[in-house]
Write a protein that binds this ligand. Structure first.
Ligand SMILES: [Zn+2]
Length: 96
């Protein structure tokens, strides 16, 4: 059984969150305390994290496509790929 280090509540394993304090300490806390500590509720936080992951994946894929286009089709296509990558990046960071 895990215990929230801020409010002392008992937590199930799915509920327990690891929160890194500003001092770099890792603490086990419950979602309510996470919200208090960070000002963001955990679902929003997880959603943002997931979103950032997807953005990164999209950008990496675009970059790979860019390199491929550059090598296979020449610099002009490579340039097009870079523009596309930037657009994808801007578009997905706007969604947040
Ligand atoms: Zn708590």
């Amino acid at each position: 059984m895990l215990i929230c280090s801020m409010c002392g509540r008992e937590l199930s394993e799915q509920e327990a969150l690891v929160h890194k304090t500003e001092q770099g300490e890792k603490k086990i806390i419950c979602p309510a305390c996470f919200e208090k500590a960070t000002g963001v509720d955990y679902k929003t936080f997880a959603f943002r994290k997931e979103n950032a992951k997807q953005t990164l994946l999209a950008v990496v894929l675009c970059l790979a496509g860019t390199v491929y286009a550059f090598v296979e089709r020449g610099p002009l296509w490579g340039l097009l790929g870079i523009v596309l990558t930037v657009l994808v990046y801007l578009f997905s960071s706007k969604l947040k």
